[in-house]
Design a binder for this molecule. Structure first.
Ligand code: BGC
Length: 727
């Protein structure tokens, strides 16, 4: 992101006026979510807020105590996993626009979103906040999302930079990742976020990389971000991620935030001021940080500068708004497109709405809301439609709906500190692996009763829908799962219910994949539902009842078990202090395909109620001295009787074999809407960089000249067309 010369000039006018104390006040938290204003010059405080799924509720300034107001209810947006699952750039933009407009409406300057860390393991507790295992898909979805946010004079704060792919010991894990994997897998979406997306701010991660804390890292912040990428935005620390005054001062970090209320004691507060006064640290280093913050403030139209009076003055800034019907409509459209139809044998879905007279819904997730949990992504949603609510409102009075729990969610493992968990969130390394729950006699008894009840009704009811999965006890900041198993004995319940009623529809609502091996073969229809925002239950009902044709595709592989995943069977995960990402670039489908490890559902998978046929692939090369480009096209035809949307995925396979590479890599996609019987031409453009890999010895992306296969398909495993191009 580049800042114009006019803004730079104006910032200098203010910078010259600022005292050291005033500057220091601008570069560290003076509240849990704000900096200090410089009233003398009219420079306001910078107000920040979480987070990815909506604007978080207000806290007291200096305590993690919810302010308890009635005016901080907001629109609850689909999680980033859900947004990625739409593979729809326009929708990502629109979701970003809702988030930005609501943040501004709530008086915020920076919204701490989106989360774009690569999903290295299915066990990461924060996977629901992240987009994908694939850097290309992450980049393509986060760029428009950031642009949408920033349309509203609010800064996005893309997080967590970088290689922050687990919660266990998140404060202290030092990541050992080879340069190629770093560049190709872990950094490329961040590069897109700041360069193409123009993110005004970026959040440094908690973990270390190559021996340096990310928020103090010369390598990451000064070298890669500032120097190589030419980033001119603001670098904000994760809350409590700064440990040393000197390192922080010398690094590209601009603003230190934390979770404790001793604001003056923060590394970049009094300690830094004293070090400057003693001449140990040059004031220019502080100036550089303030400069970045002023550039961002001016870009957001927080104020203008009166050149004569040399002060900040008011300017026109967008006011924002929240909880509008238009926002809810966008949230609903995104939720609809995020749902993934994993399996649909015997055309069990959609259900015939008119014929449905008695419906049984089993499973706690059918009757649950999720917006109020997950860690810093929690929000106070204006409302949230549960699956049960969605089904009831869509089926109306002619269908009797019965609900039973089916399984028992044993006592919550409260996050330490309850509502104030964040105050304690940095103790013991800042995160842990979830311990297996010991099932007490009492719980086992309750489970048995609920299972028996579910089975009895399942036999009686013609149509049964099971809604289970995870919740924010499992998809949770500060905690990784210990395995991919379904909690609360759900496997037994699903098996027994399928036995009693083989036509039962299975809905999994969760933020990360779960093991399905025990019952997947027996189930005829399986639907995947992410945490998809306030309208999630409506979107689900519409899909189940055929009012909406599902069009989401998995943004990550669903392995049979986490033990198949390269982070676990090749690299290190969890407790290690020095975490070796031994798997290198082989993350997600790149690994499963290379090692021929079968998965439950592959990357890019997702069915529709209609069928699409692919034909007439063409590859056009546009080559000039300055530029290399390829246009790949094909025709997609809707062969069925429902209108629907298809996501055409483009993968590149290097046929040269000169460099070790994945079997294929996603390098393009296009989502296309087709009426029944309609066909359309789909074009996907490729540039030179799409054929490149990171050559460590040269320290740059390079293309191996030769033949490349271009694969077009409906998923990573369902390739329909193939062509070759010489590069
Ligand atoms: C999280 C960030 C969040 C910050 C402020 C930290 O615990 O890692 O993602 O933005 O808290 O709440």
């Amino acid at each position: 992101m580049k800042i114009g010369s006019e803004i730079k000039e104006k910032a200098e006018i203010l910078l010259e006026q600022l005292t050291l104390g005033e500057k220091i006040g601008m570069i560290h938290g003076d509240g849990l979510f704000r900096t200090k204003a410089v009233e003398r010059l009219g420079i306001p405080a910078l107000y920040m807020s979480d987070g990815p799924m909506g604007v978080r509720a207000e806290f007291e300034n200096a305590a993690w105590v919810p302010a308890g107001r009635t005016e901080d209810y907001v629109s609850y947006l689909p999680s980033n996993a859900a947004i990625a699952s739409t593979w729809n750039r326009k929708l990502a933009y629109e979701c970003g626009s809702v988030l930005g407009e609501e943040a501004r409406g709530r008086g915020k300057d920076v919204i701490l979103a989106p989360g774009i860390n690569i999903k290295r393991s299915p066990l990461n507790g924060r996977n629901f906040e992240y987009m994908s295992e694939d850097p290309y898909l992450t980049a393509e979805q986060c760029v428009p999302l950031i642009q949408g946010i920033q349309e509203h004079d609010v800064a996005a704060c893309v997080k967590h930079f970088a290689v922050n792919s687990q919660e266990t010991q998140r404060l202290w894990v030092d990541t050992e990742v080879d340069e190629r994997a770093l560049r190709e897998i872990y950094l490329s979406a961040f590069e897109a976020a700041v360069n193409r997306g123009g993110s005004y701010s970026i959040m440094g991660a908690y973990n270390l990389i190559r021996g340096e804390h990310c928020c103090e890292s010369q390598f990451l912040l000064n070298g890669i971000l500032r120097k190589e990428w030419g980033y001119e935005g603001t670098v904000i620390s994760d809350w409590g991620a700064v440990h040393h005054t000197r390192e922080a001062a010398f690094s590209g970090l601009d603003l230190e935030m934390s979770v404790t209320d001793n604001f003056d004691e923060y590394c970049m507060a009094r300690p830094l001021k004293e070090a400057v006064e003693k001449g140990e640290i040059a004031e220019e280093l502080v100036d550089e940080k303030v400069r970045h913050i002023l550039w961002m403030m001016l870009s957001l139209h927080m104020f203008d500068v009166d050149r004569e009076r040399k002060t900040a003055v008011e300017t026109r800034r967008k006011a924002g708004c929240y909880n509008t019907p238009a926002h809810r409509e966008t949230v609903l459209r995104a939720a609809r497109e995020s749902i993934v139809l994993l399996k649909n044998e015997e055309e069990r879905l959609p259900l015939a709405k008119e014929k449905l007279k008695k419906l049984l819904v089993i499973g706690c997730n059918g009757n649950k809301i999720h917006s109020n949990g997950g860690g810093s992504a929690e929000i106070k949603a204006l409302y949230e439609i549960s699956p049960l609510m969605g089904l009831r409102t869509h089926l109306g009075g002619n269908c009797e709906i019965k609900y039973v729990d089916g399984y028992y969610e044993e006592e919550r493992q409260e996050q330490e500190g309850g509502a104030n968990w964040q105050e304690d969130s940095l103790k013991e390394g800042g995160g842990k692996e979830r311990q297996a729950v010991q099932v007490s006699e009492e719980t086992a008894g309750k489970r048995r009763e609920l299972l028996e009840e579910a089975v009895t009704y399942a036999k009686e009811y013609e149509q049964v829908i099971f809604v289970g999965g995870l919740n924010h006890e499992y998809d949770l900041e500060g905690q990784d799962r210990s395995d991919m198993k379904l909690p609360y004995g759900q496997d037994e319940v699903i098996e027994a219910v399928l036995e009693a009623n083989p036509d039962t529809i299975i809905v999994m609502a969760a933020g990360s994949p779960v093991e399905m091996g025990r019952w997947e073969k027996k189930a005829k229809a399986i639907v995947w539902n992410w945490y998809a925002g306030m309208e999630s239950g409506n979107a689900l009902a519409e899909v189940l009842l055929g009012e909406v044709n599902p069009s989401g595709k998995l943004p990550e592989s669903f392995p049979y078990s986490h033990t198949d995943c390269s982070a676990h069977c090749v690299g290190d995960f969890a407790e290690e202090k020095l975490l070796h990402y031994r798997e290198g670039i082989y993350v997600g489908y790149r690994y499963y395909e290379k090692q021929e490890i079968p998965v439950q559902y592959c990357f890019g998978h997702g069915l529709s109620y209609t069928e699409f046929a692919y034909s007439d692939m063409t590859i056009e090369k546009r080559e000039s001295a300055a530029e290399f480009g390829v246009k790949v096209s094909c025709t997609v035809k809707n062969m069925g009787k429902y209108a629907g949307k298809e996501i055409v995925q483009l993968y590149i396979r290097d046929k040269n074999g000169r460099v070790d590479k994945p079997v294929k890599e996603l390098k393009g996609f296009e989502k296309v809407e087709l009426a029944a019987g309609e066909s359309k031409r789909v074009d996907i453009g490729l540039s030179g960089r799409d054929f490149a890999y990171y050559e460590e010895a040269a320290g740059e992306f390079q293309v191996v000249p030769g033949e490349y296969e271009i694969l077009l398909g409906a998923s990573s495993q369902d390739v329909r067309l193939c062509g070759t191009v010489r590069v």
